[in-house]
Design a protein around this ligand. Structure first.
Ligand code: AMP
Length: 282
């Protein structure tokens, strides 16, 4: 596995190849491994980046304490057959400082759901992903469905800016009890870890209700929020949405039966957990 410490190095090495690219923030787990596996099945060359991007963290968020486990990550990437690891430094990505850097903003989609409480988060995500896409020029960009809003935003950016890369969305990898794998699960105490799967359970229950014909959106949402509020300190949002533009569904919606997704976010102590589930019309 070749390691690039500079973004320019990645840029010139990878031009015009059959490349699949997976951007990450490191502290890799089986969710990331799944993305790599799908990438391996598509492309001759698999490139992974590890960069904890300060631009996507709010001032009171966990940038400083975000887990960094580079030695373990390198081992996982080697075992998974990754060809190139891009490990840029802050000065490399933001040569004039992050305040002075050009930023990419995807309107509307960036303001919904997580965007309501994480004001500049998606601006940071879109900026770093665009920069890495321009450096690596991959044919495929692998993204996890766990971060569904992120997929929608990057999809829109790719379409709007005519970027010749195709997104491959990979289903969420879960623990046996349903909790979506996430680097931030490391923050959970034993007690919190026991409660955490309730988020996914609430999504499954609602999916079942939806698929058996319930269309009272407000009743489904209120019920889930009530249940979750007994266990979690905050229910940031829990919303039945249109899966294309993430707008909330109107109550008693009869016409809109396809492309439904339920997105939820709860806080437990200082840790935010997000998850989602799609609803098919049966
Ligand atoms: P991160 O390192 O958290 O920025 O995630 C890097 C990529 O891995 C993103 O596209 C995530 O959506 C994806 N990812 C994270 N957790 C999971 C999971 N449990 N299942 C599938 N993909 C995931």
């Amino acid at each position: 596995m070749q390691i690039y410490h500079g973004i320019e190095q990645a840029r010139y090495q990878n031009k015009h190849k059959s490349i699949a690219f997976i951007p990450t923030m490191g502290c890799l787990h089986a969710g990331h491994t799944k993305l790599i596996k799908v990438a391996r099945s598509l492309a001759k060359t698999v490139v992974v980046s590890i960069f904890v991007n300060p631009l996507q963290f709010g001032i009171n968020e966990d940038f400083e304490r975000y887990p960094r486990t580079l030695d373990d990550d390198k081992k996982l990437l080697l075992d998974a057959g990754v060809d190139h690891l891009l490990l840029p430094g802050n000065e490399d990505i933001y040569p004039h400082g992050q305040e002075q850097h050009t930023q990419v903003y995807v309107p509307q989609l960036s303001q919904l759901l997580c965007g309501k409480t994480r004001e500049n988060h998606f601006r940071g995500v879109a900026t770093i992903v665009l920069k890495l896409l321009l450096a690596i020029t991959p044919k495929w960009l692998l993204l996890g469905e766990k971060d569904y809003q992120q997929i929608c935003i990057i999809q829109r950016m790719i379409k709007d800016l005519l970027i010749p890369t195709e997104i491959v969305a990979v289903p969420t990898v879960r623990e046996a009890d349903g909790l979506a794998l996430s680097t931030r699960n490391r923050y959970l105490s034993q007690q919190q870890r026991k409660i955490a799967p309730m988020l996914y359970q609430s999504l499954l229950t609602a999916q079942q209700q939806w698929q058996s014909g319930e269309r009272n959106v407000k009743a489904i949402e209120d019920n889930a929020i009530k249940q979750l509020s007994t266990a979690f300190s905050t229910v940031d949002y829990w919303s039945i949405c249109n899966a294309i533009d993430l707008t909330p569904l109107a109550n008693d919606t009869q016409q809109q039966k396809n492309n439904i997704i339920i997105c939820g976010c709860v806080s437990i102590g200082n840790t935010r957990l997000i998850d989602n589930i799609k609803c098919a019309t049966l």
